[in-house]
Design a protein around this ligand. Structure first.
Ligand code: SF4
Length: 331
């Protein structure tokens, strides 16, 4: 792309962003803690879903010191529902590092060195909070750039990502890196949509190779999908005097370590199923589970399980699957 075209593209994008940007809570600040928190939440979560969590987090942990001082269980309990809980654990660990440092790191490499911070998050925080020229490449920006440049490589391949990152860095406006990055992400999230991009509302239409050749639907090029597997899970709702029996996942569990779940029939063969309360589907990576919720009884609770009083329920981080099951049971 010629440098005059790059300048035109920057102007068109920033002018569009000034008018079209959504009023999201993390856009009202350039405070590093808040920007970092929002970017970690947004790593695998849509903006609309992340916003209420962001607000609740800031009410409970208004600064990095408060987050650092909190017990991990409290952090996980507030995070419950956002998924990808390793993010919450690493966020907590990073907060402790920042608090012991006494200030938020203010350059790309030091931000990148924090636990849980990858290239994307480091670039977002460095550019938005510290106006440093580092281009972001999230999923939305990658899709947008692959259409803009008619990228023919499979989008998930490292070589393709490296080409797209180089394009993002070339296009980045060094005078307004934070606004430029946010504008690219916003355009990808709201206009250059995955299925049907809204090209007639796009400020980059004149520079877009996919638009000019009518190839928007073919791009980005995706890897062939892996097949899904199906499996059954039988969740047991075992009550005793206003309490429900839960098991805690071990700290070394590959997923949801430390979280609480309803026990399952496969691990409690002595439990007697009394009544099917309902079922719901739940997908984890490549497996589609049919989750059945059974009211059940058990002669005695084995070691490792715990009765949790329904009134103290919100103090515990509970897995999404168990929350869905409890909803079916009217709890
Ligand atoms: S013109 Fe269409 S395909 Fe090209 S960047 Fe804009 S929305 Fe995406």
């Amino acid at each position: 792309m010629e440098s005059s075209e790059i300048r035109r593209l920057r102007r068109a994008l920033l002018a569009w962003y000034a008018v079209a940007r959504r009023d999201l809570p993390w856009r009202r600040t350039s405070e590093p803690y808040r920007i970092w928190l929002s970017e970690v939440m947004l790593q695998q979560t849509r903006a609309a879903a992340a916003a209420p969590y962001y607000q609740r987090f800031l009410e409970r942990f208004p600064n990095v010191e408060a987050l650092a001082a909190a017990p991990e269980q409290d952090v996980l309990a507030l995070w419950a529902g956002l998924g990808y809980y390793t993010r919450a654990r690493l966020l907590h660990r990073a907060a402790q590092q920042v608090a012991s440092l006494g200030r938020f790191p203010d350059d790309y490499d030091s931000i990148r060195a924090l636990p849980g911070v990858g290239d994307y998050t480091a670039a977002a925080v460095a550019s938005i909070a510290f106006a440093q020229p580092h281009a972001v490449l999230d999923g939305n920006v990658a899709r947008l750039l692959s259409r803009l440049t008619a990228e023919s490589g499979i989008i998930s391949l490292p070589a393709t990502r490296a080409r797209l990152q180089a394009t993002a860095s070339l296009l980045l406006d060094p005078k307004a890196p934070g606004a430029f990055n946010q504008a690219m992400m916003e355009l990808g999230a709201t206009v250059c949509l995955p299925r049907v991009p809204l090209c007639n509302s796009c400020p980059l239409q004149a520079s877009c190779s996919a638009y000019q050749t009518g190839r928007q639907a073919e791009l980005p090029v995706k890897a062939p999908r892996k097949p899904f597997h199906s499996a059954l899970r039988e969740l047991l709702l075992i009550r005793r005097r206003g309490a429900i029996l839960f098991r805690q996942l071990s700290p070394s569990s590959p997923r949801l370590a430390g979280f609480w779940e309803l026990p399952e029939r496969a691990s409690l063969p002595d439990a007697l199923r009394l009544r099917l309360l309902g079922s719901f589907p739940h997908t984890i990576v490549q497996t589609r589970y049919e989750c059945q919720v059974w009211e059940a009884t058990l002669p005695s609770a084995p070691a490792g399980l715990r009765w949790i009083d329904l009134r103290r329920f919100s103090e515990f981080p509970v897995s999404t699957i168990s929350k869905k099951a409890l909803k079916i049971a009217g709890i």
